[in-house]
Design a protein around this ligand. Structure first.
Ligand SMILES: Nc1ncnc2c1ncn2[C@@H]1O[C@H](COP(=O)(O)OP(=O)(O)OP(=O)(O)O)[C@@H](O)[C@H]1O
Ligand SMILES: [Mg+2]
Length: 238
């Protein structure tokens, strides 16, 4: 689904070079659920933005669903992004004076789908995240968790092959975070590939695999169930 080979990203600020990614190799299979962890500034968001086609790597190869994104031009990247990627951010970025259903319709507008079809798909996506009763509420009439659910519905309305979420629960309380994580869990159970950035170990536990970043490099990549087994063994031994 995602294949990343020796990806580098260097930012230039004045005459200073910042190496945000220093040669990342990563494979993510269809149906996987990956949590990306690592300290602040380790390159997690940079990596997500590359996968999401929001930015271009300085070098390296990158394939999404078999398509070589690293070769694509800006316009091409925008089209791929709209068709294949759903992106959820920590701050939800909903249009303020616009109802939930209209916010969710937005990506479909760019995809050139008819008004009737747009409404049908947007309503279905909102029902899917439990917001069927709040279609016409504006963002300020919804709780933080409900707003995040609207942004998940917006990310899913095009039926992307992959869902990217950069600290989607970062601004939410524990109870609401659990609600949001169970939505990701259900989506993954239904076969959607999910990549999520988080600082919280409890949130990462929902994933099947944890990839850790340090200073722009992947330092570990482990299956969560194996990790749980190791933890259990540790407890038995001690
Ligand atoms: N647009 C940019 N211009 C210049 N430097 C940038 C830019 N975006 C990120 N960086 C730098 O790249 C490095 C990696 O940043 P990144 O945002 O990927 O970190 P992160 O792991 O997501 O951190 P956090 O956990 O705080 O969100 C940092 O040193 C950051 O300052
Ligand atoms: Mg970040």
């Amino acid at each position: 689904m995602v294949r990343i080979e020796n990806m580098r990203k260097t930012y230039q600020i004045g005459d200073q070079e910042i190496h945000a990614l220093r040669g990342v190799n990563l494979n993510i299979e269809e149906g996987d659920f990956v949590a990306i962890m690592g300290s602040s500034g380790s390159g997690k968001s940079t990596m997500m933005n590359m996968i999401g086609g929001l930015d271009k790597p300085s070098s390296g190869e990158f394939y999404l669903d078999g398509y070589p994104i690293s070769m694509a031009h800006g316009d091409e990247r925008a089209i791929i992004r709209n068709r294949k990627i759903g992106f959820v951010f920590q701050n939800v970025n909903l249009l303020p004076r616009t109802s939930a259903v209209e916010n969710v319709e937005l990506p479909l507008l760019y995809a050139g789908i008819s008004a009737k079809e747009r409404r049908k798909k947007a309503v279905r996506a909102l029902e899917g995240v439990g917001l069927g009763e709040h279609l016409n509420n504006k963002p300020n009439e919804l709780s933080g968790g409900q707003q995040q659910r609207v942004s998940i519905a917006r990310a899913l309305v095009n039926n992307p092959v992959i869902l990217l979420a950069d600290e989607p629960t970062g601004a939410l309380d524990t109870k609401t975070s659990i609600e949001i994580m169970s939505i990701f869990q259900q989506l993954n159970d239904a076969g959607k590939t999910v990549i999520l950035v988080t600082h919280e170990p409890d949130i990462a536990e929902y994933a099947k695999r944890i990839v850790r970043f340090r200073d722009g490099e992947v330092i570990s990549n482990e299956v969560v169930s194996q990790r749980r087994m190791a933890k259990l063994e540790e407890e038995v031994i001690s």
